[in-house]
Write a protein that binds this ligand. Structure first.
Ligand code: C2E
Ligand code: CA
Ligand code: CA
Length: 604
């Protein structure tokens, strides 16, 4: 080792500019990767080389101070470490081949010091006399930081050994910053119905599938950072970021899909993919990687669990939807304070007589510039951001207020059912809030009832069961909303205590050529009767539907054919009108048809 250095040193002496080992090291670029600088002192020539990088690492310019003849440790070393440093640099008995190490605090700025590791090696000449000493200063704190960063970068997901989300974000950010002119594709992938694989084959097999997908992604993308980055975000969700080349994106998706199909499992595994291609604006470096990933996720949501389409690109339509969602979220609080949310009531009526027997409370957002926004647009957003709890409370309060008003006026008061969002089920104070509100307006419990909906998640149904039981114990009526929607199961009727089944024709449309549908509907109605439950059919839009429902023993309906959701004043007005039974409606319908067939209807 020493020989090699000596021979390199000889080469230096034979005509090249660099005069010593320290300069050679600096010139090699090796030190650039470290937080180090070097100093070399030649005992024979009495020359001292100070690495120019010294100024970047520690306080002051040692070369200048030396040239001016007033170099002093006191200025650069923390007082506590002065003795150690002075001993270290006492070369009076330093011998050739000797090594020394010390840790000391050097100033990096005027009043800020950091730990440095200093090592020294003394070289000898051919005769074994000491010739020169090479001293390396390494900033130990920075070096530790680098190690920490590297460890962080290589942080792995324990299941698939792919990088984890944090390291993906870090690496991808660095990759995008290092290629500011390039466009990248974020591809987010998610196995459809992965839960079912776990349920059918066990979590061990589920884990195998997850590992397999990880292996396939790595197989396609190659070593991390060489071409792109990838990670498993969580459970069955992965993300890949590669240069935006349509062929590559298509190839990767095709490869993963084919690989999944080849996996030996009697289950048709399908993945959905969301792709976001970075644009000029993203390349400024100000858009966080997580935002770019969110866009791929938004695209992916549009095809998740779709039977026909598995790939979606983030486009303008999605961007617009996101902006609309942001608008909704940013305005919701103000809208509630300024009563932009209004209570509408949709009557439930006895189809035979046409008499109203109650109503459902439905919220409407009357936006000052956008007009009426339908609940379908904002409820899912409020369910996600938690605002639904406040809104449901508001609607319940308005409903209780209204009932109190009717009672105080001596007007006929019919029950109102309010919707309880699935996410409300996790509110441990919900029952207390309901009781407090009902008590505040002194509303009899048979005038306010609650519509609950089942969820796809079994754990939610435990909460649903608890709430339904508590409501019933407090003499409130419980309606099972959207029965037949696919979420609801016949089995749950055994467990969840309810008083009324609401069947939505949207989910079970009766038509004369669909005898299976008719049999199912009829059976549900029969079953409900045997269980002692009332039935309300929602979504009744035609006379034929109403007649059919009556023929199978259903009397109560809520639907556009009878009434649309109405503002409170209009609801009250309708209540005062003479009800129109099915018989009269049939006659009117026949008259209308007769008019139309004679051409009168058209002339009008
Ligand atoms: P839902 O609880 O199933 O409410 C019934 C929906 O069916 C209402 O839609 C109603 O206008 C509509 N509908 C009634 N009759 C017919 C018909 O004959 N044909 C058709 N096509 N539709 C009919 P809306 O008011 O747009 O509400 C949609 C959903 O938003 C509601 O479904 C409910 O889940 C939710 N929602 C509405 N208001 C509230 C609320 O205050 N709180 C909560 N948590 N959810 C609400
Ligand atoms: Ca409802
Ligand atoms: Ca419903």
């Amino acid at each position: 080792m020493e020989n090699a250095q000596e021979s390199r040193g000889d080469r230096q002496l034979s005509g090249q500019e660099r005069q010593n080992e320290a300069e050679l090291l600096r010139g090699s670029g090796i030190l650039e990767q470290t937080h180090s600088f070097i100093v070399e002192y030649n005992f024979k020539t009495k020359q001292c080389y100070i690495d120019p990088a010294q100024c970047e690492h520690v306080y002051g310019d040692w070369q200048k101070e030396k040239d001016q003849g007033h170099g002093d440790f006191k200025r650069v070393v923390l007082k506590d470490d002065l003795t150690v440093v002075q001993d270290f640099f006492d070369f009076s008995d330093l011998k050739a081949g000797e090594r020394r190490n010390m840790d000391a605090r050097f100033y990096v700025k005027a009043h800020d010091y950091e730990w440095f590791r200093v090592s020294l090696l003394c070289y000898g000449d051919a005769a074994g006399d000491r010739e020169r000493v090479l001293i390396m200063f390494t900033n130990a704190e920075q070096e530790l930081e680098t190690v920490r960063k590297l460890k962080f970068l290589l942080a792995k997901d324990p299941l698939t050994h792919m990088p984890n989300l944090d390291s993906f974000i870090q690496m991808t950010g660095e990759m995008l910053r290092s290629q500011p002119d390039s466009s990248y594709a974020f591809i987010r992938m998610d196995i459809d119905k992965f839960r079912i694989i776990n349920q059918m084959y066990g979590t061990k097999e589920g884990d195998n599938v997850l590992r397999y997908v990880g292996v396939k992604i790595q197989e396609w993308a190659g070593p991390i950072l060489e071409y792109g980055t990838y990670c498993r975000i969580s459970s069955d969700i992965y993300c890949v970021c590669i240069p935006a080349d349509a062929d590559d994106v298509g190839e990767l998706i095709g490869f993963i899909q084919t690989s999944l199909r080849a996996y030996p499992l009697k289950f048709d595994m399908v993945m959905s993919f969301g792709v976001y291609i970075t644009c000029e604006e993203d390349r400024s470096g100000h858009v966080p990687v997580s935002t770019l990933m969110d866009r791929a996720a938004s695209a992916q949501r549009t095809v998740k669990n779709s039977y026909v389409q598995h790939i979606a690109y983030y486009d303008n339509a999605i961007r617009k939807k996101e902006i609309a969602e942001q608008m909704i979220a940013s305005e919701m609080k103000h809208a509630l304070e300024t009563e932009q949310f209004q209570l509408y009531l949709q009557p439930k009526c006895d189809m035979e007589t046409g008499k109203m027997i109650g109503s459902e409370a439905l919220v409407r957002w009357l936006h000052p510039t956008q007009g009426m926004i339908s609940p379908g647009e904002f409820i899912p957003i409020f369910e996600k951001n938690g605002f639904i709890a406040e809104l449901d409370d508001f609607i319940m309060r308005k409903s209780c207020q209204l009932i109190r008003k009717w009672l105080d006026e001596g007007s006929p008061a019919y029950p109102i059912s309010v919707n309880v969002s699935r996410t409300d089920l996790y509110n441990p104070n919900l029952l207390e809030q309901i009781q407090a509100c009902v008590k505040a307006y002194d509303v009899p419990h048979d005038l306010i009832s609650f519509e609950l909906t089942e969820s796809a998640f079994v754990s939610d149904n435990m909460q649903l069961y608890n709430l339904a039981r508590l409501l019933q114990e407090n003499q409130f009526h419980v309606l099972m909303d959207d029965f037949g929607s696919g979420y609801s199961s016949l089995n749950s009727l055994r467990e969840i205590p309810v008083d009324v089944l609401k069947i939505d024709l949207k989910f079970l449309p009766p038509s004369t050529d669909d005898w299976r549908g008719i049999v199912i509907l009829q059976s549900i109605v029969d079953m409900a009767k045997q269980l002692g439950l009332d039935v309300v059919v929602e979504g009744v839009e035609t006379l034929e539907q109403a007649e059919f429902l009556l023929s199978i023993g259903c009397r109560t309906a809520q639907g556009y054919y009878f009434y649309r959701p109405l503002p409170v004043a209009e609801y009250e007005r309708c209540l005062a009108e003479e009800p129109k039974g099915i018989g009269q409606r049939r006659i009117e319908e026949q008259q209308k048809q007769a008019m139309e067939s004679t051409g009168f209807g058209l002339q009008k």
